[in-house]
Design a protein around this ligand. Structure first.
Ligand code: SF4
Length: 205
């Protein structure tokens, strides 16, 4: 099954807008940019089976959930959104300007940011990185052999087989009622069952 966010390729798209959008999603990534720099950084993995492993983190923008206590709120709590964050009530807090906190970058530019670090372990995180499977697949292909990829996901989207084939580890963090997301959004049986079948799963509860 296609993940809900992916635009399925159809020859009927011809050379129209659908095909143009499809091509764009394959060649560009929306990366979080909370402080004027795309959030691609070198650190130590703090969760999952690879806890303590030096890794390069690629933080994608966009999320299909809107947890009220989210600590990467700049990936979705933008001006004009209908969703709320617990910090909205604070006098010194403002929702983010999407033009400032989201960088739309060609895949090759993101690959260049990854290659600047002396490390081959890459953590795809967000936001919800599975919303950008096509661009992330292109990133993994651009980086080539020798890199190892893990992904941090909320478990509500199904990986495409070609995407899944490149992922060495899934760190899945299902969201509970205290996230303030409607149950029908945060509990998606088919993606969870699909991910539970993956032998490379680490469930964070
Ligand atoms: S799923 Fe993760 S990134 Fe998305 S809103 Fe919740 S905590 Fe934030």
């Amino acid at each position: 099954m296609m993940a809900a966010n992916l635009i399925p390729y159809s020859p009927s798209f011809g050379g129209g807008w659908g095909e143009a959008i499809h091509q764009y999603m394959k060649t560009h990534l929306k990366i979080a940019r909370p402080d004027a720099h795309p959030e691609v950084f070198y650190s130590v993995q703090g969760e999952g089976k690879n806890l303590g492993q030096p890794s390069i983190f690629v933080r994608t923008a966009l999320c299909n959930l809107h947890c009220i206590w989210c600590d990467t709120d700049y990936t979705w709590n933008w001006k004009g959104t209908r969703f709320t964050h617990i910090r909205d009530a604070e006098p010194d807090y403002e929702k983010f300007d999407i033009k400032e906190v989201v960088a739309e970058l060609p895949v090759e530019a993101v690959a260049g940011l990854v290659r600047q670090y002396p490390c081959k372990n890459v953590v795809l995180t967000g936001g919800e990185p599975m919303m950008q499977q096509e661009g992330l697949l292109a990133l993994m292909e651009a980086l080539g052999e020798g890199f190892w990829f893990e992904i941090e996901t909320n478990g509500t989207l199904i990986p495409e087989p070609v995407f899944d084939a490149r992922i060495g580890q899934y760190n899945v963090s299902p969201k509970l009622a205290n996230s303030n997301n409607p149950q029908k959004l945060r509990e998606k049986p088919r993606p969870i069952v699909s991910l539970l079948r993956a032998p490379r799963l680490c469930l964070n509860l």
